[in-house]
Design a protein around this ligand. Structure first.
Ligand code: URA
Length: 266
C-alpha cells in the first residue's frame, strides 16, 4: 500500500485527524450521520470522542485491545470518498459502513440488516476512480464476518445487491420531492432494480467498495432497514434506535471475529 504519511502529527484537511490521534486503529466504522458516532462508539470499550470537522465526527474505542475508529461520512459518495482517502493515509485498512437503507423487495422487513454482496454504481464519484465497468464489490473476508456476527446475535438479515444512488429522491424514484418530478430516465427504475433482484437503496456503499478496492484496502457494508419502498416513500423513524444498536453490536463482533481469523496485516 502506498501513500501513508510519515508525520503522525500531520492533520488531515477535511476530517481533522492525525495518525497519532488514531492510536494505530486499522478498523473504522462509518455511519453517515454524525449523531450516530457516539451512540455506536458507546458499544466499544474505553470510547472517547476525538473531534468534529465539517460532517466528520470521530470517536475512538477498543474491541478487546483492538483500536477502532468510528467516524461519520456525511451523506453520499463525495464526502464518503474524502473520508476514505484521508483515513487511508492515516493507516486505516478495514472500512465498515454502518448505514440506514430503504428496502425495495417485499420479503425484507423494517429493522432487518442488509449485508451487501455488491453495489450498483448509481453515483458519479466512483467513476472518478475507476471506469463504470469496474465492479463495486466488498471484501469477502470482512463481509463473511458481518454475516457470522449477525447470525450469532440471531438478528434478521439479508445479503444481496445494493443500489447506491447519488440522490435520495429521483435516484431512488421518490415522487415526494419538492418538485414531485422524476426525470424520464429514472421513471420505472425502482421496478427495474426490483426485477433485477436488487435489495435496497442507499447512497454510499458502491463508492466505498470501488475506492477501497482500487486502493488495495478492504470494505464492507451493513445497513439497517428504515424504509419499506414497496409500501411507502417515508422513512420510519421509530426503528432508528433498534437499527443503531444492531449495527453497533454486529460491527463490534465482526471486528473481533475478523481479527481472530486474519490478525491485523501491517
Ligand atoms: N437511505 C436512503 O438512501 N434511502 C432510504 O430510503 C433510506 C435511507
Amino acid at each position: 500500500m502506498t501513500g501513508i504519511i510519515a508525520d503522525t502529527k500531520a492533520m488531515q484537511y477535511h476530517i481533522g485527524l492525525s495518525a497519532q490521534m488514531l492510536c494505530g486503529a486499522q478498523y473504522v466504522f462509518l455511519p453517515g450521520d454524525p449523531d450516530r458516532v457516539n451512540p455506536i462508539a458507546a458499544f466499544l470499550d474505553d470510547a472517547r470522542e476525538l473531534t468534529q470537522h465539517r460532517e466528520y465526527r470521530s470517536a475512538l474505542g477498543y474491541v478487546d485491545d483492538i483500536p477502532v475508529l468510528v467516524m461519520s461520512t456525511g451523506i453520499g459518495a463525495p464526502s464518503t470518498v474524502i473520508a476514505i482517502e484521508e483515513l487511508a493515509r492515516l493507516g486505516v485498512i478495514h472500512f465498515i459502513r454502518l448505514g440506514t437503507t430503504g428496502a425495495i423487495q417485499s420479503h425484507v422487513h423494517l429493522g432487518d440488516l442488509i449485508i451487501s454482496e455488491g453495489a450498483v454504481r448509481l453515483e458519479g464519484t466512483s467513476g472518478h476512480y475507476a471506469p463504470i465497468e469496474y465492479p463495486a464489490v466488498p471484501s469477502l473476508a470482512l463481509t463473511l464476518k458481518l454475516i457470522e456476527a449477525t447470525k450469532l446475535r440471531d438478528y434478521p438479515y439479508q445479503t444481496g445487491i445494493t443500489c447506491s444512488s447519488d440522490s435520495f429522491w429521483p435516484g431512488q424514484e421518490r415522487y415526494d420531492s419538492f418538485s414531485g418530478y422524476v426525470p424520464r430516465h429514472l421513471q420505472g427504475s425502482l421496478e427495474e432494480w426490483q426485477r433485477l433482484g436488487v435489495l435496497n437503496f442507499e447512497m454510499e456503499s458502491s463508492a466505498l467498495f470501488t475506492i477501497a478496492r482500487t486502493f488495495g484496502l478492504h470494505a464492507a457494508s451493513l445497513c439497517g432497514v428504515i424504509a419499506l419502498r414497496t409500501q411507502s416513500e417515508a422513512v420510519q423513524q421509530n426503528v432508528y434506535a433498534q437499527v443503531k444498536e444492531r449495527l453497533a453490536i454486529v460491527a463490534r463482533e465482526a471486528v473481533r471475529l475478523h481479527h481472530q481469523a486474519h490478525g491485523t496485516p501491517l
